[in-house]
Design a protein. Structure first.
Length: 354
């Protein structure tokens, strides 16, 4: 791997003069850190407490089709709520994505009285709302989450409590050339007149209560979860076969990474790329994963300051761990686990800069 080779060469220059033991510990630290998964609701544009409201709307400050700003169509809308024992038997939830002119892009409604869900699109000819798919859903008293994952203008899907609200309709196609080609299976395009690139406002309403809304090129999960429970929550909604597979909202690597004591690791270096993590690769822009420094108890970015404590990993290998020194708490690591020893070694060692 050329990236790892370059990293090794960089590290050899940076640690010249260290004893052999310190060098090997530092190398192992960074090779491990390159693949540390995402921790929590990092880099979300919006994370809002809805305080038991029954309806909410959010309008994007910048149009979804402005690729100069967003760089990608990949956007996540997540809303959280709850049903009481008295409400759940006939509770309803309706959420949708709309254009600036209030034309429907894609919506879903959940009817607990009939234990069904219905998705609605805009008719390709008339633009009027038209039912696309229906299915069964289980409503229970307690908390719930509803996720709209946008991947491409006509490739998007709803997820309710870890279950896809879209039928098993997929399309396979070949990607790449020759020996490097492979078959990729993805959901069929949503048959709507107005694609997600025309979307501007997200709306949700319920007969019960809403608690939280998050939006951006990010993944969120219930804030009260421990690291291990948050990890399971993310995996259940991922593209893993044991998760949601083709209808998953994230690849498996974007999951919280925990210490042996069930706290979040203080430095996360495989945070999902966003509009600020594009890097110059000469003739074209590339994509870098992000590094973020997080609170080891909550998994949230330190001091809620993403501008300071999140950065593209590429070109910032030397800054990432140093910046996250402030979030390192040795008492929240198991003193016998390998990463604890590696981090302790790094923070106690002065590198011989060449």
């Amino acid at each position: 791997n050329s990236g790892l080779s370059r990293l090794k060469q960089w590290y050899q220059r940076r640690v010249r003069g260290l004893c052999a033991r310190s060098f090997h510990l530092a190398m192992k630290l960074f090779l491990l850190a390159l693949f540390l998964p995402l921790a929590g609701a990092i880099n979300c544009d919006v994370d809002e407490d809805l305080s038991d409201a029954t309806e909410y709307s959010y309008t994007l400050a910048v149009a979804a089709n402005n690729m100069t700003y967003w760089k990608s169509y990949h956007l996540n809308f997540e809303v959280y709520g709850s049903f009481s024992e008295d409400e759940v038997s006939d509770a309803t939830v309706t959420a949708g994505y709309y254009t600036a002119e209030d034309d429907l892009v894609y919506s879903v409604s959940i009817d607990c009285a009939t234990s069904t869900w219905t998705s609605t699109v805009s008719d390709k000819s008339s633009g009027d709302s038209a039912t696309w798919q229906t299915g069964n859903v289980t409503c229970e008293a307690g908390t719930w989450d509803l996720w709209l994952k946008v991947q491409q203008p006509f490739l998007m899907n709803w997820i309710y409590k870890g279950e896809p609200l879209q039928k098993e309709e997929t399309k396979s196609h070949r990607v790449g050339y020759g020996l490097a080609s492979y078959t990729r299976t993805r959901p069929l395009k949503v048959p709507t007149k107005f694609g997600a690139h025309k979307g501007r406002t997200y709306k949700v309403e319920t007969s019960a209560a809403l608690s939280r809304f998050t939006f951006g090129e990010c993944i969120s999960y219930p804030s009260e979860l421990s690291c291990t429970d948050a990890k399971s929550w993310v995996i259940n909604r991922s593209k893993l076969k044991s998760g949601l597979h083709y209808f998953g909202a994230n690849i498996l690597s974007f999951q919280p990474k925990c210490t042996d004591l069930d706290y979040f690791q203080h430095v996360q270096t495989a945070v999902h790329s966003d509009r600020n993590s594009r890097i110059d690769q000469g003739q074209k822009d590339g994509i870098s994963q992000n590094c973020c420094c997080v609170d080891m108890i909550t998994g949230k970015v330190y001091d809620n300051d993403q501008d300071t404590y999140c950065m593209p990993l590429s070109g910032n290998y030397d800054n990432c761990l140093e910046q996250c020194r402030v979030t390192f708490d040795s008492s929240l690591y198991n003193g016998t686990e390998y990463l604890y020893e590696a981090f302790e070694n790094y923070y106690e060692t002065e590198l011989d800069v060449v």
